[in-house]
Design a binder for this molecule. Sequence first.
Ligand code: ZN
Length: 388
Amino acid sequence: MIAVKTVQQSYSPNSQTVGLLEQFRQMINDSIRIGLAENVSSLKSLSLKAYRQLEQYDAMSYYKLCAISKAAGILKNYRKAERRGKLVKQPYAQRPQLTTCYGFKISNGNLLLPIKPRSKIRIPLNHHTLQVLSGTGMAARSVTLTASTITVAYSKDVPTLEPSGFMAIDRNLDNVTVANSNGSITRHNLAEATEIKAMYREVKSHLNRNDSRIRQRVHAKYGMRECNRVRQLLHRTSKQIITEAKSSKSAIVMERLTGIRKLYRKGNGQGRDYRARMNGWSFAELQRQLEYKARWEGLPVIYVKPYGTSVKCSICGSRMKPEENRTLKCRSCGFTVDRDVNAARNILAAGMRALRFGAVAPATEAMVAVQRRPVDAGELTDWHPPTG
Ligand SMILES: [Zn+2]
């Protein structure tokens, strides 16, 4: 299977690069406008409608295609939000940017980006980026530039391992509980992430400047910092989990993400929409990290339905009764267990069953999208912090 990762570095663009990014941004926005006016959002129909209209731009044709592709991705998300009845502003790319999977080259330590036939922009890559990309079997798939960062998505073909065990992941608000089919249970503490979320929410609640634009910007900034810190914590956890999975040659079993229903079930952090979205995001982020890290090691990832994993007895399958201190007691066999451990064991059993009967749920949409071209690299890196 093809596994994809990204590497990012900062840089300072020259005026030519700034011009290129600005032109790309305008092409995205033109394509979005056309897509909205013509009521199309699929990549194919948007290309048919928009490509001719981007004629006025003096840009390489593959940048036009990539801008249309980026716009199609944005429109798709917009339509989805609309369908769910959310109030969403008309989409618009605000920041200069460029994502391309064509035309670029990495040569002699530089990233080369064509701007015209026989004319290229040359951006030096740093030691770390070059070292990452020099690994055996690596192929650069796409690059994404912003006004301050370069992100290169690269891939390698990894042989899928025949697993000799399973590791089930139960994600909760303040911990991740892992049940290994060799019998061990590991708990990764995420209380720090929950604290960070609470702390920034506190900071934000004291901002009451009247200019809504300033407030929005401050909120966006704090949201970004908060997410970066939580993301780092999640990286630490996902790395530990995958290291264990690698050494025990285990397939990863996860519940298929079903939005925030589970958060309410757990009885923590109820209430605020913002909090729920933030937590929903960190669930999805951990799943994303585990999935791509597992793929990179050739470890299979199995998704199971979350139905019943929290209330079923992991010994006899009867309904459990909640007791004190996050424990559950089985009404029929009397088994008493920590509720997260019970859930992880149920996920483990479901994963082993699914594999035996060949009923493995497909990876989630977001994960599949990563493998598609040419939208892929943008989706890997194009993440917007929740505001509000
Ligand atoms: Zn029981």
